[in-house]
Design a protein around this ligand. Structure first.
Ligand SMILES: NC(=O)c1ccc[n+]([C@@H]2O[C@H](COP(=O)([O-])OP(=O)(O)OC[C@H]3O[C@@H](n4cnc5c(N)ncnc54)[C@H](O)[C@@H]3O)[C@@H](O)[C@H]2O)c1
Length: 302
């Protein structure tokens, strides 16, 4: 059965351009009412105007879809509360939150101003936290919700010049890991998108011949997959240029080194400790503790 978002309501932050606009158009095309949030600033997050958001609203309403603009700044919890209030008063509910808004302030860490580190963490991490905090009571009351955060290859794997951005993006997968546990009983699913696409954010970083293949609209099907009733939870889904993959944090077997472990013992056992053929994903921190205890008990019984 094809996905149908008729009767559903979504908020997409930073949807005035780039990936957010494509996610919003794709949701609207399948019947979703969409709130287009965007501050309208430049790629560093400076300046602002609601016209970018309004232009996307017009694109949707011209095709007969339902949409509303919101010019709130994701770094303001009050703005995010206002966005959720206006969404519910206009469309009656809020089913899908796509945390997409973002900026870059790249520099090597040695040369980076601490203000630029904080601003990037504020927009990506706190922006997603504020929008989620504002949306959560509505989703809990409905006993239904889909929350998507946007992480990045910088967060999962690192990228030169992006210590601020990578830290904020990695923090979002940590946020998702706990949110998926706390919201499961309310019918809420929380997932993360790991995109790669040609937007103003990447036009100076990625070579031109690659940019031609990295159309942002090729990422949005992954967002719709995570926004649907059938969505999984706690997944990081990478999408770019028509490819899709699953990114997972895994851990190798817990190797017990006795009651008096030394750094030399770790060095001498490193092949065994780092043996990726034993690696498995874990669903929670308490699963990790249980794995550690199981290894200790098993070793002591031998
Ligand atoms: N393009 C990629 O390859 C790529 C890769 C990994 C992650 N991402 C992430 O995807 C998301 C979208 O990025 P994009 O490439 O479309 O960039 P983009 O610059 O085209 O879009 C970001 C949008 O967010 C808006 N925005 C910025 N700060 C805001 C704020 N404080 N409040 C409200 N809106 C704000 C901007 O006005 C802009 O429209 C970002 O979170 C980005 O980090 C992108």
């Amino acid at each position: 059965m094809s996905f149908d978002f008729s009767g559903r309501v979504a908020v997409v932050t930073g949807a005035g351009g780039g990936l957010g606009r494509c996610h919003a158009l794709a949701l609207a095309e399948r019947g979703c009412a969409v709130v287009i949030n965007d501050l309208g600033g430049d790629v560093r997050g400076e300046g602002g105007s609601e016209s970018a958001a309004q232009a996307v609203v017009r694109e949707i309403t011209d095709k007969g879809g339902k949409a509303m603009a919101h010019g709130g700044n994701v770094t303001s919890f009050e703005d995010m509360q206002d966005m959720v209030e206006k969404t519910v008063s206009e469309f009656g509910r809020l089913d899908i939150l796509v945390n997409n808004a973002g900026i870059l302030r790249d520099k090597t860490f040695a040369k980076m101003d601490m203000a630029d580190f904080r601003t990037v963490v504020d927009v990506h991490l706190m922006g997603s936290v504020y929008a989620t905090k504002a949306a959560l009571p509505v989703m809990q009351e409905q006993e239904y919700g889909r929350i998507i955060v946007t992480t990045s290859s910088s967060g999962m794997y690192g990228n030169f010049g992006q210590s601020n951005y990578g830290a904020a993006k990695a923090a979002l997968s940590g946020f998702m890991n706990t949110m998926k546990l706390e919201t499961a009983k309310f019918g809420i699913k929380v997932n993360a998108l790991l995109p790669v696409a040609a937007t103003r954010m990447t036009e100076s970083i990625i070579p031109e011949e690659m940019l031609a293949l990295l159309k942002p609209e090729l990422v949005s099907p992954a967002v719709l997959f995570m926004a649907d009733e059938t969505a999984p939870t706690g997944e990081i889904i990478a999408a770019g240029a028509g490819t899709f993959s699953r990114s997972v944090v895994v851990e190798t077997n817990s190797v017990y080194l006795g009651d008096a472990p030394t750094p030399e013992m770790i060095r001498d056992s490193w092949d065994k400790i780092s043996d990726m053929s034993t690696a498995t994903p874990l669903n929670s921190g308490s699963d990790h503790t249980q794995k550690v205890m199981k290894a200790v008990f098993e070793a002591k019984q031998k």
